[in-house]
Design a protein around this ligand. Structure first.
Ligand SMILES: [Mg+2]
Length: 365
């Protein structure tokens, strides 16, 4: 008999009374297994680490985008309705969200009553009719996303604040820029050019340093005076912590959850691992980066100083679920080598980009 297959009812016979208890247990187990897997309740947003993802970050919608661009909104909605029962393919944020949920499972085992977990919110300006296909897709992949925010074409920024968002990931660079300008940690997420398998059980997050975890104050010196002056400056200011950058708060949130594993003696088996991947060189300018993190009471599990070498090959070895950088050059290099990379539009490196923005008005973020 297959597990879960209904059993034939047995005739009560001699000794039925004594056998009743185990049979009842058996039946209860059987029906418990039949019931849908009990999902945990949503945590309170102010306690959780809230990750807002857009529909195009979570799922691939290339064909739908093409229909929207070529045939307009009516045809787009019609297509979505016709394909309502067909789940979307996973998008660039999908493995990241899966890894967040794997961490949540471990946290709930260790701290069953705590709200200190990741809470994933789907933020989209899609047409309400498309919502059913999104819900179907979420259920198809067994994702735990209870909060939906359908903004009906409005900017998601005020919702992001209301949800106490710790990180916002979108495929729409304009929305991300708006969020960054409002002081919300945000990044435009890009699919890798090829697939690289990522860990199912350990969340790995890689950060650039300057203009991501740190402010862009040192990068301004490189741009204005060149690398030699930058090295001198960083050496001279080694003990002066850098100001914080847009993603510092997210690293802090990851650190807070990591400590929950450490306090249970699970430092080595911690299902969250963080990486600093910086173009700084260890000898000349690395100390200031590390001392800054230390001054904040933060650390990354690994710190990799590339001294200007390309980041892509190293990221290919780390296999993070997401890598954040403020320079499109590094984002493209990471993508090339199979890493999901996210662009943080902050700091002096954006100056040239902002003068010639690529305008596009997609239907969904
Ligand atoms: Mg940088």
């Amino acid at each position: 008999m297959e597990p879960g297959e209904p059993r034939e009812p047995r005739e009560p016979g001699p000794g039925a009374e004594t056998a009743a208890a185990p049979r009842w247990e058996e039946a209860k187990t059987f029906y418990d297994n039949l019931a849908p897997k009990k999902k945990p309740k949503s945590p309170k947003p102010q306690n959780a680490v809230t990750i807002a993802v857009s529909s195009r970050a979570l799922f691939r919608m290339d064909e739908e985008q093409r229909i929207y661009a070529e045939q307009g909104v009516e045809e787009y909605v019609r297509y979505q309705l016709q394909h309502e029962n067909e789940p979307f393919s996973p998008g660039p944020a999908f493995p990241f969200v899966k890894a967040l949920e794997a961490v949540n499972t471990r946290l709930r085992e260790l701290y069953p009553d705590s709200d200190d977990v990741f809470d994933i919110v789907l933020v989209t300006n899609n047409h309400a009719q498309v919502g059913v296909r999104l819900i179907n897709s979420i259920n198809h992949y067994d994702l735990f996303i209870e909060r939906f925010c359908m903004t009906g074409g409005n900017s998601p920024i005020c919702y992001l604040k209301a949800y106490h968002t710790n990180l916002y990931l979108s495929a729409d660079a304009e929305k991300v820029q708006e969020a960054i300008d409002e002081g919300i940690a945000a990044a435009t997420i890009f699919s890798p050019n090829r697939d690289v398998a990522v860990s199912q059980s350990q969340l790995r997050v890689a950060f650039d340093g300057d203009a991501v975890l740190f402010s862009d104050e040192s990068e301004r010196i490189v741009k204005a005076h060149g690398l030699d002056r930058f090295f001198e400056h960083e050496k001279a200011h080694e003990n002066k912590p850098l100001a914080q950058g847009p993603l510092k708060g997210f690293l802090e949130a990851l650190g807070r959850l990591q400590k929950k594993f450490y306090s249970k003696g699970l430092r080595l088996e911690c299902p969250i691992r963080t990486y600093l991947v910086t173009a700084r060189s260890a000898a000349s300018s690395g100390a200031r980066a590390l001392k800054t993190l230390r001054s904040w009471g933060l650390e990354t599990d690994e710190a990799l100083f590339l001294a200007g070498a390309p980041k892509g090959p190293l990221l290919e070895k780390i296999r993070p679920h997401i890598f954040f950088d403020d320079q499109m050059f590094h984002v493209a290099g990471a993508q090339e080598m199979g890493t999901v990379a996210a662009h943080v539009p902050y700091g002096v490196a954006q100056a040239s980009r902002r003068t010639a923005p690529a305008k596009q008005a997609p239907p969904a973020q």
